[in-house]
Structure formats: structure tokens, C-alpha cells
Design a protein around this ligand. Structure first.
Ligand SMILES: [Zn+2]
Ligand SMILES: [Zn+2]
Length: 357
């Protein structure tokens, strides 16, 4: 069949919405009619840098849609609402067997041989999904059923940003009741980390963010303090608020200068988690004294979450009013206006612009 999709030709180019070919679902695959897709910071990152992307490519890796057709051996029924997951969760590699599907050895930022083609040429699919398209074909392990009465334009955020931020706080940092936490960068991921920290019972959550509207949003969502890193030394402010350093720090800015200072913001024995996507060539240097003081520095991919377990939990928290997805989104865009959505994200507007198909 033929579908409209947002294709990028080379790094730095605008997205072009064009009609491309979509193969039928094979065994174990299903076709999803996309309802909504968020534009994530990492879409913007690969669009600008080209790093990890096989061009020409279809961007989009945070989407929700309705199962429209199924291949042989698929359990999900036609008509189910699903949120797409970008870990292949092959189920047989060492990492999957260890219960860490976010590190599945089949994971690729732009796998070869996807279902979307332009003529005889397969298009790169960012994170294996390429869901800035009217429809996609994915393995059933990448389609997670969620309650059909909840709005796809909100649930799509579970597909990347919300799970990444919430999970970084809850799973990777392992925040416990009564702890002090700093979150640096308050886009959709950071604001979800703020919410995750609060759900886990943090008593102090410091939101560090240069854009005032986003700092205000963090406070609205429950952050106890906010700091503008352009007018104040944020590390000094965090040390002062937390009496010497936070128990845990979550970086969601993608800025290596922030990553390099993260261990300064936590006390001896504290944990620091890097979530933002750097450039391949970025490096950071840290004092080994931090390590001597038993501080831990780690990364987090997909919030160390298992989408099959966590998406339904997060959908339920949203239903209960304990996870705010509405505050992360603003006006929606059509697929044809995708470049406006990308522009809004680049300018620090709404944390998560959403394309409604
Ligand atoms: Zn695997
Ligand atoms: Zn993402």
C-alpha cells in the first residue's frame, strides 16, 4: 500500500512529506495505522547530525496507533490501540534473557530492511520504527496494547520521552522515599523524571532549566525548587538547597558540559544518571575522586524500562491523574506541518509537539 511519510534526505535537511510504499506485514508483524506521534529531541538530534541514521530515512519513534492488519502468528487483534516500542525485545539474546530488553542486542538506531520503501530502495527507519508516517509495519514485540479509551495523542508520549524520563528516575536512579533529587533539563524527558522522582517519594526535587516556561511547568508538576542555570551556578544552587549535594541527579539536556558536572551535584555515595543523547565525538572528563567517594555515574536507555511492563503501568497512572501527560503537550500538528513541530521543539516551546495523523 502507499502511505504518506516524513522523509529526511540528508543531515540538516528539512523533512519532506511524500508518498512511499509500505510492505504487507509478514509473519509475526502487524500494520499499525498511526493516530499520533511525538517529535522527540533525538529525532531533532539525528536530523541535525545524521549520526546513526541511514539516509534517506523516516523519522519518528514515539507513536500510538491502531492495529489494522496482522501477519501470521500475531496475537494482537485488529482494532487494538498500541503504543510503539523501539526496543526489538527479541526475547532470545543475552540482555533480553537477563530482563533488560532496553539493551536488546538487536537494537539499532536505523536497521536495514524495513517495510517502508521509495521505489526499490528501502528507507532508513529511525529506531526501527519511522512512525512519522500514516502507517507502519512492525514486529509484534514492538506494539504494546494500551487501554483503547485513553487518547492516542497523549499515550504516544509513553513510546519514548515519558518512559525514558520516568524510568531514569524510578528504575535507573532507583529513587527512594525521602530522597533529594536534581533534574537538569526540563523538556518532556526531564519533566517526566521530575514526575517519576515524586512518584517514588522524593522530598526535594530541584528542576534546572534555562527556559522559564519549562521551569514553571516543573514547579506546576511538583518540583520543590527551580534554578535558572543561565543566571545562577546550578551546581552551587543544588548543593545549597540539598545541604551538600543531592542523593540522585538526572541529566536530560544532552549537553556534555552538564554531564561533566553531574557528579558535583550529588553527595558522597550519590547516583548520577545521564539520559540526554550526545554527539559521537563528545567527551567529558571527571575527577576520579568522585568515584573514590562512591558516587555512581551511569547512563540510562529507555529509562531501563520494559515497555511491555511499563507502558500499561504509566497509562494507568495517567488515567488516575498521577502522571500528567497533558502538561507536556500543546497544540497538535498535521503530518504535512511536521517541520513546524520540529521548529517548535528546537525553539524550546511546548515540551512535546505532537503530530495528529
Ligand atoms: Zn534481545
Ligand atoms: Zn526519543
Amino acid at each position: 500500500m502507499r502511505v504518506r511519510a516524513a522523509v529526511i534526505e540528508r543531515a540538516g535537511a528539512h523533512l519532506e512529506v511524500e508518498t512511499v510504499d509500505l510492505a504487507d506485514p509478514g509473519p509475526g508483524e502487524l500494520r499499525v495505522r498511526m493516530q499520533a506521534a511525538g517529535v522527540c529531541r533525538s529525532d531533532l538530534h539525528v536530523a541535525q547530525t545524521g549520526e546513526g541514521l541511514r539516509f534517506p530515512a523516516v523519522l519518528g519513534h514515539e507513536g500510538a496507533g491502531i492495529v489494522e492488519a496482522t501477519g501470521e502468528g500475531v496475537r494482537l487483534a485488529v482494532g487494538a490501540l498500541v503504543v510503539l516500542s523501539w526496543t526489538p525485545r527479541c526475547g532470545v539474546c543475552r540482555r533480553c534473557l537477563e530482563g533488560r530488553p532496553q539493551l536488546c542486542q538487536e537494537l539499532s538506531t536505523s536497521p536495514v530492511g524495513g517495510a517502508l520503501r521509495r521505489g526499490d530502495r528501502a528507507l532508513g527507519l529511525y529506531m526501527g520504527l519511522g512512525c512519522l508516517a500514516e502507517a507502519v509495519v512492525v514486529p509484534q514485540a514492538c506494539a504494546i496494547p494500551v487501554p483503547a479509551d485513553l487518547p492516542p495523542a497523549k499515550l504516544c508520549l509513553l513510546g519514548c520521552g515519558v518512559t525514558t524520563g520516568y524510568g531514569a528516575a524510578v528504575h535507573t536512579a532507583g529513587i527512594r522515599a525521602g530522597e533529594t533529587v536534581v533534574v537538569v533539563g526540563c523538556g518532556a524527558v526531564g519533566l517526566s523524571a521530575v514526575q517519576g522522582a515524586l512518584t517514588a517519594g522524593a522530598r526535594t526535587v530541584v528542576a534546572v532549566e534555562p527556559v522559564k516556561s519549562r521551569r514553571d511547568l516543573a514547579v506546576q508538576l511538583g518540583a520543590t525548587h527551580s534554578v535558572d542555570p543561565e543566571s545562577t551556578d546550578w551546581v552551587g544552587a543544588v548543593q545549597s538547597i540539598t545541604a551538600g549535594g543531592a542523593d540522585a541527579a538526572v541529566e536530560a539536556s544532552g549537553d556534555p558540559t552538564v554531564m561533566a558536572r553531574l557528579l558535583d551535584a550529588v553527595h558522597a555515595g550519590g547516583r548520577a544518571v545521564v539520559v540526554g543523547v550526545p554527539r559521537f565525538a563528545d567527551t567529558i572528563s571527571i575527577s576520579p575522586y568522585h568515584l573514590l567517594l562512591e558516587k555512581k555515574l551511569t547512563g540510562s536507555i529507555y529509562g531501563s524500562a520494559d515497555p511491555h511492563v511499563d507502558f500499561p503501568i504509566l497509562a494507568d497512572l495517567y488515567r488516575q491523574g498521577r502522571l500528567d501527560l497533558d502538561a507536556l503537550t500543546g497544540r497538535t500538528y498535521t503530518l504535512e506541518d511536521v517541520n513546524d513541530a520540529v521548529e517548535e521543539l528546537a525553539c524550546g516551546g511546548t515540551p512535546r509537539p505532537v503530530i495528529q495523523m
